[in-house]
Design a protein around this ligand. Structure first.
Ligand code: RIB
Length: 311
């Protein structure tokens, strides 16, 4: 109980802080530059580990200094690693963050693009996990394979459809929980000819839509529950969605039930974690520990009734 396997990307993030994000053709000066470990897969597995899961990362980094930074960050967070080292450059991201904490990101996949044809030992990690968490920064065929081997009665397959790409029916059939932001949810529902995210329940058993500072919505056949956001001072939203996904996965892996309510409880913990992450700079450096998340939930416990609106 409590094992989360993440099959995904690792990037070295270079973050430029600016007053406002430049428009096309415009040059602006940065007020600060920093380099942090990141990548959706690495962020999510570190979030799962810090939230209390036995977390394992299946991914690829290159043979360069960036790889050492990422491997060190995974180890420091207590993540078990099954990481390939092809002779190519490590994935990287160029991130511009403005004064309101919003960002734009450009990713060079680098080694992440070589994570193909998962070996038996890599697949075994996914088979052994209680929760397998996937995103779309590694080849789609790899996401499909990992979802297929993990899809079973007692396991949960979580797919964070980011960065968004059209989702094949064959993949959705292997997914238990689809996690999207508002924009991605609109695109995914639109691909089924609907404007309502509930239409996605035709394809998957549960959908969780993250709404930034406005919290999230949990949608299953048993209901729609809105978890309200927390009003906090935002420093940097980079990695907040990944923190949400990793903490959600860890909480579900540690839970013995798979009910609508279990998803809501996990979403509340994930939402609290994301609200801490946005108050700090960087992706990996902003991810909170279980103690911080649970302390925030304890303090807010009395407000919980007011934070939920069952529809
Ligand atoms: O979700 C944030 C992440 O997206 C960054 O860490 C960056 O590497 C990109 O993968």
């Amino acid at each position: 109980m409590g094992v989360v396997a993440v099959v995904g990307s690792a990037n070295l993030d270079t973050v430029y802080r600016v007053e406002r994000i430049p428009t096309p053709g415009e040059t602006v000066l940065a007020t600060e530059v920093a380099v942090h470990p990141g990548g959706k897969g690495a962020n999510q597995v570190i979030a799962a580990s810090r939230a209390g899961a036995d977390a394992v990362f299946i991914g690829a980094v290159g043979n360069d200094e960036a790889a050492e930074v990422l491997l060190g960050a995974l180890s420091d967070a207590g993540v078990r690693r099954r990481v390939r080292r092809p002779d190519v450059r490590t994935g990287s991201a160029l991130i511009v963050v403005d004064d309101s904490g919003e960002n734009t990101i450009v990713v060079d996949a680098g080694a992440n693009a070589t994570l193909e044809h998962l070996a038996e030992e890599e697949l075994d990690e996914a088979r052994r996990a209680d929760v397998v968490l996937l995103q779309l920064e590694v080849p789609m065929a790899t996401v499909q394979t990992a979802a297929s081997v993990a899809h079973g009665e007692s396991q949960l397959v979580l797919l964070n459809a980011a960065p968004y790409a059209p989702l094949e029916q064959a993949l959705l059939e292997q997914v238990d929980v689809l996690i999207l932001n508002e924009h991605e949810a609109e695109l995914a529902a639109g691909s089924l000819g609907s404007t309502d995210v509930a239409a996605l329940l035709r394809a998957v058993p549960a959908v969780i839509v993250t709404l930034g500072g406005d919290g999230c919505e949990v949608v299953t056949a048993d209901g729609r529950t809105r978890v309200l956001g927390r009003r906090v001072p935002v420093v940097d939203t980079t990695g907040a969605g990944d923190t949400f996904c990793g903490v959600l996965a860890a909480t579900l892996a540690l839970s013995s039930t798979r009910s609508h309510d279990a998803f809501v409880v996990a979403a509340e913990r994930a939402n609290a974690a994301a609200s801490i992450a946005v108050q700090r700079a960087g992706a990996v450096p902003s991810i909170p520990l279980a103690e911080e998340i649970d302390e925030l939930l304890r303090r807010a416990g009395s407000e919980r009734g007011a934070d939920r609106a069952d529809q």
